[in-house]
Write a protein that binds this ligand. Structure first.
Ligand SMILES: *Cc1c(COP(=O)(O)O)cnc(C)c1O
Length: 229
């Protein structure tokens, strides 16, 4: 596990880079939240986050998050950023405070029903395959409006925005184009449905500056904060 001092240094570097990217595109740094991704790292790094006054972390597996939650005593906001299988929905609803990866009507309806049974209103994001990458999960851009419309009708869900993972590529313009597509899709859906989708979760260690320039409000950063997994 990385030392606390090294983590704090990494954190400061990333905060400076987030600020720089915001200034370059005329945004206020307060509009962009850093979500540390703690997957494959020990629960101790979540305690580091708490000490550094960070109140939310991202995990990509239900089981792993659940195990860590029993170890972490500090209050923390747990966000699911990995693909959710339908047989894990109940445990996911019990473990997480927001689910960023809803990408089908079937999954949406299941999370709504189980959130109701658990007496929760679950904040969600819709995961969009904005880079049209066959290797990625996420609903297609053209299907996004219909899924958001369904989500708005769900009593036990609160839809807050969209999330994407950019395609892996040596050419950074590929990721940037996917980020622009996510923002444009959000703007189009907001107009079509007369709703608000303020959250855009996009950008990771290698591409968060470009994501910020395309309107990201949450950057999900693992490696640059905690080192290689
Ligand atoms: C692992 C992961 C991240 C963080 O990736 P890094 O490159 O380590 O910053 C972000 N988002 C998702 C969905 C992930 O699975």
């Amino acid at each position: 596990m990385i030392s606390y001092d090294k983590f704090i240094n990494n954190l400061k570097d990333i905060q400076v880079e987030i600020e720089k990217a915001c200034i370059q595109c005329g945004r206020s740094p307060g509009e962009v939240r850093l979500l540390p991704v703690t997957k494959n790292h020990p629960a101790g790094v979540i305690e580091y986050c708490y000490r550094a006054k960070i109140d939310a972390i991202g995990e990509n597996k239900v089981q792993e998050a659940n195990e860590k939650k029993t170890l972490v005593k500090e209050p923390m906001h747990w966000e699911l950023i990995g693909h959710l299988q339908s047989n894990k929905v109940k445990q996911a609803v019990q473990t997480f405070d927001r689910i960023q990866t809803i990408d089908s009507e079937k999954l949406l309806m299941r999370v709504d029903r189980i959130s109701g049974e658990e007496g929760k209103v679950m904040p969600i994001l819709i995961e969009v395959n904005a880079g049209n990458d066959p290797a990625k999960h996420g609903i297609g851009v053209v299907e996004t409006e219909a899924l958001v419309k369904k989500a708005l009708e769900c009593k036990h869900l609160k839809i807050e925005g969209l999330m994407t993972i950019a395609p892996l590529s040596d050419d950074s313009s590929v990721a940037r184009k996917a980020f622009a597509t996510l923002r444009e899709t959000r703007n189009m859906v907001e107009r079509a449905l007369n709703c608000k989708l303020p959250t855009l979760s996009m950008g990771m260690s290698d591409d968060f500056e470009d994501a910020i320039k395309e309107g990201s409000t949450i950057v999900r950063v693992g490696t640059a904060l905690f080192g290689e997994r």
